[in-house]
Ligand binder design. Structure first.
Ligand SMILES: C[S@@+](CC[C@H](N)C(=O)[O-])C[C@H]1O[C@@H](n2cnc3c(N)ncnc32)[C@H](O)[C@@H]1O
Length: 192
């Protein structure tokens, strides 16, 4: 793959542009997000896009996997993003300190995904947004997926994920996807 093709493939990463369009088309009062956090950043393919696509001025990201973080560091440096080793369930950030949190194919890896949502709600300011792209239980339960990849076995359906958002203080604003396979969600952190 040439450099330009690789860059294009990466810029389409997990539909970050799609999430932006979903927000713009469906979320009343969409505004750029100044302080952005990415959970489970992995090797960091989405990091270069937050400033351009979401108007971020400050980008933070975490992941518990040291090897992935080592691969992420050059991208984090290039994107002027602050990255640390840590889990979504315990964020070393102040209450209401973030404008947006992104979880791109991450929460279905987190055993207690609702605990991670509680942390997201805590660090987001009221009215801040959670953007998530997640794989769903029916897809993850397919024999080839179970053979190829290791995920916790009790994963969520779209309905359970949306219920989990509501239970943890979010108001789901937009949800799209492929039934049983993938869900794109934009959810507003309520003021309660
Ligand atoms: C499928 S990868 C996605 C990585 C990245 N978001 C991307 O889009 O390329 C799942 C990521 O979730 C991370 N992860 C697993 N458990 C986590 C946790 N408890 N908190 C935060 N991230 C976690 C993994 O280390 C891995 O980087």
């Amino acid at each position: 793959m040439g450099d330009a093709t690789a860059a294009r493939a990466e810029s389409a990463h997990f539909g970050l542009g799609r999430l932006r369009r979903l927000a713009a088309a469906t979320v009343a009062g969409y505004v750029p997000h100044a302080r952005v956090l990415e959970l489970g950043v992995g090797a960091g393919p989405a990091l270069p896009r937050y400033r351009e696509v979401f108007g971020a001025r400050e980008v933070l990201a975490c992941d518990p996997d040291a090897d992935l973080l080592a691969r992420c560091r050059p991208r984090a440096t290039a994107a002027n993003a602050f990255v640390w080793r840590g889990r979504a369930e315990a964020l070393p950030l102040a209450d209401s300190s973030m404008d947006a949190v992104f979880a791109l194919q991450v929460l279905h890896h987190v055993p207690d995904w609702e605990a991670a949502l509680v942390e997201c709600a805590r660090v987001l300011r009221p009215g801040g947004r959670l953007y998530a792209v997640e794989s769903l239980a029916p897809f993850l339960g397919l024999p080839p997926m179970r053979w190829l990849m290791e995920h916790p076995t009790d994963r969520f359906t779209a309905e359970r994920f949306l219920e989990g958002l509501s239970r943890t203080g979010f108001e789901p604003e937009a949800a799209r996807g492929f039934p049983g396979t993938t869900l794109w969600v934009v959810a507003r952190r309520g003021s309660g």
